[in-house]
Ligand binder design. Structure first.
Ligand code: 5CU
Length: 405
């Protein structure tokens, strides 16, 4: 049996849920006066005054916060190790003076949860990873803190916690996006630490990108299926355009949902950059990025496999291949070699994830989570003819990239 590591799996620690219960604006939790489940209202599109409070957002149960429920879910789906992270919208909404204290509280809570679970699973710490259930964590950053030094201090503190393997971050940065030069000390802090940056969406696209009244007609489909991945794609492209990967060439970024549309659109992004007259390389005034999208994709970017279909997975792995071959027929062999090297690089950077506890089964009796089994199926369809690649994607890559022991 291959070792299975879930690197995309969330939790809201009880203290965080208690804080959401004190709030009346997004994000908040509403407890109905009846026996009905509490409602989690985290997306701005969920907070529609036309919808009664008892029906707003989504119902939440123990799977969102209880670690024994997470461990049972792992057992049920054959997952050996999970890297848990606070779910969106993290600490983005906190007033500046509360950010640092909350980050420490949540991160200490995650660290303690991992330590306790791992000790219970293996009190002597001698059993191999494949024979027990273990937890690791991505910490949260106090991004609304009054000054970036506070964020850097928390990065340095996280580096000293034994179960922390990275930080999870949304796309708003310090409020204006990830191309903000004020983020440089944070990129530097991460680059100089062993921590991986897990870039995850929350804000989607503006509601009018989807047309009027579509949340009422189609629920969460457009914001989650398209808004989330496009948000990630835009955020990481802005980092690239602002030269973040030129200035911080050792920054390692795990992109949620297989990088959104980035692998698929990489060639187009690269082409638009090369043709942009505003950039110095073409006689303009703006610096523009020095490193190519391909270079960044193959050396700075890691992808989860949370895309629910082999077409998406294969597109992520083979991005750019087909069209390059057609366009540059004369250099067919050279391009083919380049594409194959790139495919190999992407396979070594793929890790599997479940997005638990989001997308639960809809039927009460359903035991297995279709969102998880659909993902496994896509991984099998994509990598079945290459056992080593499959083992790497299911767990080996995560063990190596995150130094899981
Ligand atoms: O269903 C959703 O809204 C979500 C979410 O908010 N965050 C996430 O990671 N997955 C799904």
């Amino acid at each position: 049996m291959p070792l299975v590591v879930d690197i995309h799996t969330h939790v809201y620690p009880p203290s965080y849920l208690a804080m959401l219960r004190t709030r009346k604006t997004v994000p908040y939790i509403h407890d109905p006066s009846t026996q009905a489940s509490p409602r989690l209202i985290i997306l701005s599109s969920d907070d529609d005054p036309a919808i009664p409070l008892d029906q707003r957002g989504r119902p939440i149960d123990a799977s969102y916060s209880d670690i024994s429920t997470k461990l049972s879910f792992m057992k049920q789906h054959g997952i050996n190790s999970s890297v848990i992270s606070l779910a969106n919208p993290w600490l983005d909404f906190l007033v500046p003076k509360e950010a640092q204290e909350w980050a420490q509280r949540i991160n200490d809570d995650l660290e303690f949860t991992c330590a306790q679970a791992n000790h219970t699973a293996d009190p002597t710490g001698t059993r191999p990873l494949s024979e027990k259930q273990t937890l690791f964590a991505f910490g949260a950053l106090p991004l609304s803190a009054p000054d970036p030094a506070t964020i850097v201090t928390e990065i340095q503190r996280l580096s000293t916690l034994p179960h922390m393997r990275g930080v999870i971050m949304g796309t708003s940065g310090l409020g204006t996006g990830l191309d903000d030069p004020r983020l440089d000390p944070i990129w530097a802090g991460l680059q100089d630490s062993p921590l991986l940056l897990f870039l995850h969406p929350h804000y989607g696209l503006p509601d009018d990108a989807f047309g009027a009244d579509t949340t009422n007609r189609y629920g969460h489909v457009l914001p989650l299926a398209l808004g989330f991945p496009l948000e990630t794609t835009i955020a990481v492209t802005r980092m690239l355009l602002a030269g973040v990967f030129d200035r911080f060439p050792r920054l390692r970024v795990l992109l949620a949902h297989s990088g959104g549309a980035l692998p698929f659109l990489a060639g187009r992004i690269e082409s638009c950059i090369r043709h942009e007259r505003k950039f110095v390389a073409n006689g303009g005034q703006l610096p523009g990025p020095r490193r190519s999208v391909w270079d960044v994709l193959s050396s700075n970017v890691y992808l989860d496999a949370v895309v629910y279909g082999s077409a998406g997975l294969k597109a992520a792995v083979a991005a750019g291949g087909g069209s390059d071959r057609l366009l540059f027929g004369r250099f067919w062999e050279m391009i083919l070699l380049g594409v194959e090297i790139y495919i190999l690089m992407l396979i070594v950077q793929f890790c599997t994830g479940t997005d638990h506890p989001f997308f639960p089964p809809l039927g009460e009796e359903e035991q297995e989570w279709p969102s998880v089994t659909t993902n496994y199926k896509a991984i099998h369809e994509s990598f079945d003819d290459d056992r080593d690649a499959m083992d790497a994607v299911l767990g080996g890559n995560a063990v190596r990239i995150l130094d899981l022991k």
